[in-house]
Design a protein around this ligand. Structure first.
Ligand code: NAD
Length: 484
């Protein structure tokens, strides 16, 4: 129960902020201080049904708005988001904990997806081939699906919702968003600015809550497609349940991203890059580097530099420009991470940088942590820890690095550090990962390319963003026509 005057958040249904029908709330906590900053309602199936009804009612008219007019509204939205960049970054830092620098990066990446969505008139074009037979023409036309839902994680409160609703809405769909209950405040801001841009009511709806909202969306017959981003077990559940009832589902899941460092790499740049990829955003990125396979030949020199540079990183609240590693999202997550570090020690890995006591009084901090001599049968090698914990294995050569990486059950991103084009070719062809970096530390594709992993990192066929995103949010009709 709420005992103070801290804000209880509202859902946004049919163009208005409304109270949830549920009485339960969850605390929204600033992870840098451990203090409550809002209460988010744990909405009910009834709230979901009301939001879906509103989206359903507005669909007919919205889908008939000419595509260039839809794109123009998104262009206004883009301008408002650009104007508010700094405020948006501050909200991210407050509710997620990541440093302002990382938050500004996220804001930029989110805005880039809206830029792509403004190109809907081009992206939605079909194809045509005259003269497929005597007097007959063939063509493909794209149409929206109807009501689409999006379910998002805590780690990118701005970018991930923006992977979903701008493109879906540009394609003529209407939308119900279920943001992470741990970072719901930025979602509220996204909705506020969306309606300030002039969109008709009911086109975008926001229902706060946790698994009951997700299950409500899965049960709704009026929802035609679901975009999900989050942990692997929930992604699998959403994919299996959603597709079983005939919905289109794209479910982007957990990860364990590997880097292979070859003897001919640029040592200093590789080390700096790996530090950014492993410890930036406190390792709470689906594209974070969490395992490095380094060639024996340079392993000692590489480790010396990696360890000495990592020891310079400061841990503390994200608003201070001095700090590199911010807090983890919740205390329970911090304790889970500490258990992983203990397990690494017990299983015999060498703990070279120990972040267990970073010396920050309040909040949920674990400093940058490095294990050397990790083996693939250790839990720290296998599981997604989602924290600034980096495991290093030593390998004979590229072949062994690739073989080892491909043993992972996840296959989101993988990076190679080398000066050899031949090694890059081999890596690209043999590595199992959806997104590959060549001397690029976090190879998250730009918004005009699609974003998705392989194996247990992705359930579905079409990734988010780019042409895949447009295909996901549209259905096709193939017309074969003859005129007399
Ligand atoms: P999470 O799975 O806990 O939550 C994601 C969403 O699912 C939230 O909206 C949450 O309310 C809902 N949810 C949680 N438990 C549920 C349940 N039992 N039933 C139904 N719904 C449930 O994920 P998180 O901790 O918020 O985010 C971190 C995870 O997301 C990491 O595993 C990370 O790798 C992954 N992620 C993946 C990508 C990608 O592109 N592959 C991008 C960002 C994050």
């Amino acid at each position: 129960m709420i005992t103070t005057n801290i804000k209880r958040m509202k859902n946004h249904i049919n163009g208005e902020w409304v109270d949830s029908n549920g009485t339960e709330v969850e605390e929204v906590i600033n992870p840098a201080t451990g203090k409550i900053i809002a209460y988010v309602p744990l909405s009910l199936k009834l709230d979901v049904d009301q939001a879906v009804q509103a989206a359903h009612n507005s669909y007919q008219a919205w889908s008939l708005v000419p595509v260039p007019s839809r794109a123009r509204l998104l262009y206004k939205y883009l301008l408002l988001l650009q104007e508010q960049k700094e405020q948006l970054a501050e909200i991210i830092t407050m509710e997620n904990g990541k440093t302002l620098k990382d938050a500004r990066g996220e804001v930029q990446r989110g805005i880039e997806v809206v830029e792509i969505a403004t190109a809907a008139p081009t992206l939605m074009m079909g194809e045509a081939l005259p003269g497929i037979a005597d007097g007959i023409d063939g063509s493909i036309w794209r149409y929206p699906l109807g009501v689409v839902a999006g379910i998002t994680p805590f780690n990118f409160p701005m970018m991930v919702p923006l992977w979903m609703f701008p493109l879906a809405i540009a394609c003529g769909n209407t939308f119900v968003l279920k943001a992470s209950e741990r970072t719901p405040i930025l979602a509220e801001k996204l909705v506020e600015l969306f309606y300030e841009s002039g969109f008709p009511k009911g086109v975008l709806n926001l229902v706060h809550g946790a698994k009951d909202v997700v299950n409500g969306l899965l049960e709704s017959d009026d929802i035609k497609a679901i975009s999900f981003v989050g942990s692997e077990p929930v992604a699998k559940h959403v994919y299996q349940t959603g597709t079983a009832s005939g919905k289109r589902v794209q479910a982007l899941a957990g990860a364990k991203n590997h880097a292979v460092v070859l003897a001919d790499c640029h040592l200093e740049k590789s080390v700096q890059g790996i530090i950014g990829a492993a410890f930036g955003s406190s390792g709470e990125r689906c594209m974070a580097c969490s395992v490095v396979a380094v060639a024996d030949e340079i392993a000692d020199e590489f480790m010396d530099l990696l360890v000495s540079e990592t020891r310079k990183l400061k841990t503390g609240e994200g608003r201070s420009e001095d700090n590199f590693v911010g807090p983890l999202i919740r205390e329970v997550h911090k304790n889970r991470v500490l258990d992983y570090i203990d397990s690494g020690v017990k299983e015999g890995a060498a703990l070279l940088v120990d972040g267990r006591n970073p010396g920050v009084e309040e909040g949920y901090y674990v400093g940058a942590t490095i294990f050397d001599h990790v083996k693939p049968d250790m839990k720290i090698w296998q599981d997604e820890i989602f924290a600034p914990v980096l495991s290093v294995v030593r390998v004979k050569d590229l072949d062994e690095g690739i073989k080892l990486t491909n043993q992972s059950r996840f296959a989101n991103g993988a990076v190679i550090y080398t000066a050899s084009g031949k090694s890059v070719q081999q890596f690209r062809d043999k590595i199992d990962a959806g997104m590959i970096g060549v001397n690029v530390n976090v190879p998250a594709p730009m918004a005009f390319f699609s974003f998705a992993g392989n194996k247990a990192s992705f359930y579905g066929d079409l990734g988010t963003n780019g042409k895949d995103g447009v295909q996901f949010y549209t259905r096709k009709k193939v017309v074969t026509e003859r005129w007399f």
